[in-house]
Design a binder for this molecule. Structure first.
Ligand code: AMP
Ligand code: ZN
Length: 473
C-alpha cells in the first residue's frame, strides 16, 4: 500500500507502527454552520482511505473530533469565535448550534454511506485533557502569557518548527517585522489557551490556572483528543490542505514537545478542495450547497459520491451541476447494469478457466490502483471496462462489483432486481402502441406516447431488448 506523505512530499510504502493496527485521526468539522459539499468531499475521501486500509487487512482505529470551541475566524488567533458567530446567525445558543450542526454533519455523511469513526469526540467534552497538555508545555518552559489575551506557544524554542509546511521561518519573520500580531514574540507563535475579553460574556468558558473564564485554543484539541484515544504516535492524520501551514504545524509542535517523541504522526494525508466557479466552496464565502440541495433537485447522494470518486484526492475538483447530472446518468446506468446481472446470473453456466483468470485480472487491476495512493479515477475506469466486458458471466460481473464496492462504498449490494410493474390496461396499450410506432420509425408519435405515459406517472426508456418502464418518483 502506497500513500503520499506531506511530511516527505513523496509517495511512500505505508506500514503502521504496530501492525495490523492502524491509528488514524481526522480533523473534524467546526460545527457552526451547515456541512457542505466541500466538507463531504474531504470526509468521503477519508472514508475511502479507511475502506482501503481495512480491505488490505489492517485493523483501523479511526478517531475524529468535532470542533465546538476555540476556533477563531482568523487562524492567527484573532477575530470572532466561530461558534459565537454561528449562534448569533441562527439566533440560538452556542451549545445548541454545536449540536445542530454536528447532527447535520452525521446526517449528511450517513446519506453519503460513509462509515462512522470508532470514536467521535467533541472538543468541549475534552477540556481537562487539553488543559493538562498546556500545563505540561508551561512546565517545560515553552509558553508565555500575553496579558488579557492568552497562553502562547513560543515557536522559537523548536529548531524544526514548520517542517511539515516547509515554512521559511526567517523569511516570514522578516516579512512581518512591521506588523507584530497582538503581542506575539514570533509571528508563528500560537494560542494554546485564550482568555475571555472584558465585556465579552462568552458562553463557553472554563476555569484555568491563568484565568477564571478561559477556553482552549483550536490546535490543542486535536493533539489532546488524538493522543487520548490513539496514544503518543499516530500512523495517519488527515485534513484539508489549508491545515498544513498552521493547524497541523502547531499540532506537531505541541505534541512532540509534550511527549518528546518524534514523529507525532508518521503519515500526513492532505485533501485538496472542492471549488465552485473558481473559488473554494466555503461557509465563510457563502458559496456552498448542502446534501439537501442535491436531494431537492432529485439527485441521488450516490451519484454525488460517484462524482467525488472520479477525482484524485490531491487534485482540485470543480463542482458543476452539469458534472453532477453526468454522474447521475452514470449512476442510473450502473443500477440498470446491476439489475440486468441480477436477472441473468441465476441462469449462468459455471465460468471457464479463462473467465476465472479474467476475473482475477480485473480484481488485481482495480485493487492495485486503489492501493497506489488511492488512484480512484483509474480504478473506476477498470470498473466500467469490466461492466462492459461480455467475456465475463453476469454472476462474475455482479460479484466483482460487490467486491469493488468495499472501497467505492456505493451500497451496490442494496440494489434489488427491477420491479415487475403491474400496469393498467391503458398503460399497456400505450406501450404497445409505442412499440409499433418505434418499429415504424415514427419517432414523433413515439415521443408523444412517451409524454402520455409520463403524464400517467411512468418513465419509459428504450433499451436494446425493448422498452423499459419505471414508476416516476
Ligand atoms: P472546517 O469545518 O472549516 O473546520 O472544515 C473541516 C474540514 O473540511 C477541513 O479539513 C477543511 O479543510 C475541509 N474543507 C472545508 N472546505 C472544503 C472544500 N471546499 N473542499 C474540500 N475540503 C474542504
Ligand atoms: Zn484538527
Amino acid at each position: 500500500m502506497k500513500l503520499y506523505n506531506t511530511l516527505s512530499r513523496q509517495i511512500e510504502e505505508f506500514k503502521p507502527l504496530e501492525p495490523p493496527l492502524v491509528k488514524l485521526y481526522a480533523c473534524g468539522i467546526t460545527a457552526y454552520d451547515y456541512t457542505h459539499l466541500g466538507h463531504i468531499r474531504k470526509y468521503v475521501m477519508d472514508d475511502v482511505l479507511v475502506r482501503v486500509l481495512r480491505h488490505a487487512g489492517y485493523e483501523v482505529k479511526f478517531v475524529r473530533n468535532v470542533t465546538d470551541v476555540g476556533h477563531l475566524t482568523s487562524d492567527s488567533d484573532t477575530g470572532e469565535d466561530k461558534m459565537e458567530k454561528g449562534a448569533k446567525k441562527y439566533g440560538s445558543t452556542v451549545w445548541d448550534v454545536a449540536q445542530k450542526f454536528e447532527d447535520y454533519f452525521h446526517y449528511s455523511m450517513d446519506l453519503m454511506n460513509a462509515v462512522r469513526p470508532n470514536v467521535t469526540s467533541k472538543a468541549s467534552e475534552h477540556v481537562p485533557g487539553q488543559l493538562e497538555m498546556v500545563k505540561k508545555l508551561e512546565e517545560k518552559g515553552y509558553t508565555y502569557i500575553i496579558e488579557g489575551d492568552g497562553v502562547y506557544f513560543d515557536t522559537s524554542k523548536l529548531k524544526d518548527y514548520g517542517k511539515l509546511a516547509q515554512l521559511d521561518i526567517k523569511g516570514l519573520q522578516e516579512g512581518a517585522r512591521v506588523e507584530k500580531v497582538n503581542g506575539k514574540r514570533q509571528l508563528t507563535d500560537f494560542a494554546l489557551w485564550k482568555f475571555e475579553r472584558p465585556g465579552e460574556n462568552r458562553k463557553m468558558v472554563w476555569e484555568s490556572p491563568w484565568h477564571p473564564r478561559s477556553f482552549p485554543g483550536w490546535h490543542i484539541e486535536c493533539s489532546a483528543i488524538s493522543m487520548e484515544h490513539l496514544g503518543e504516535q499516530l500512523d495517519i492524520h488527515t485534513g484539508g490542505i489549508d491545515h498544513i501551514p498552521v493547524h497541523h504545524t502547531n499540532e506537531i509542535a505541541q505534541s512532540e514537545t509534550v511527549t518528546g517523541k518524534k514523529p507525532f504522526v508518521r503519515f500526513w494525508i492532505h485533501h485538496n478542495f472542492l471549488f465552485i466557479e473558481g473559488k473554494k466552496m466555503s461557509k465563510s464565502l457563502g458559496n456552498f450547497y448542502t446534501i439537501d440541495d442535491l436531494l431537492k433537485k432529485a439527485y441521488d447522494p450516490m451519484a454525488f459520491r460517484l462524482l467525488l470518486l472520479g477525482a484524485h484526492y490531491r487534485s482540485e475538483m470543480n463542482f458543476t451541476w452539469e458534472n453532477l447530472e453526468g454522474a447521475q446518468v452514470s449512476w442510473e446506468k450502473l443500477i440498470d447494469k446491476i439489475q440486468q446481472f441480477l436477472v441473468q446470473k441465476d441462469n449462468d453456466p459455471e465460468p471457464t478457466e479463462t473467465q476465472l483468470a479474467l476475473e482475477e485480472n480485473y480484481k488485481n487491476r482495480f485493487f492495485s490502483q486503489v492501493e497506489n495512493d488511492l488512484h480512484l479515477p483509474e480504478a473506476l475506469a477498470v470498473m466500467w471496462k469490466m461492466v462492459g466486458d461480455d467475456q465475463l458471466t453476469a454472476s462474475q460481473h455482479y460479484h466483482l462489483l460487490l467486491s469493488f464496492d468495499e472501497i467505492l462504498g456505493l451500497g451496490l449490494a442494496k440494489i434489488e432486481p427491477a420491479e415487475e410493474l403491474d400496469v393498467s390496461d391503458k398503460v399497456q396499450s400505450l406501450l404497445d402502441e409505442r412499440k409499433i410506432a418505434r418499429m415504424a420509425q415514427d419517432w414523433q408519435k413515439a415521443d408523444l406516447l412517451r409524454g402520455q405515459l409520463e403524464h400517467l406517472g411512468y418513465k419509459v426508456e428504450d433499451k436494446e431488448d425493448g422498452q423499459q418502464l419505471k414508476k416516476l418518483k
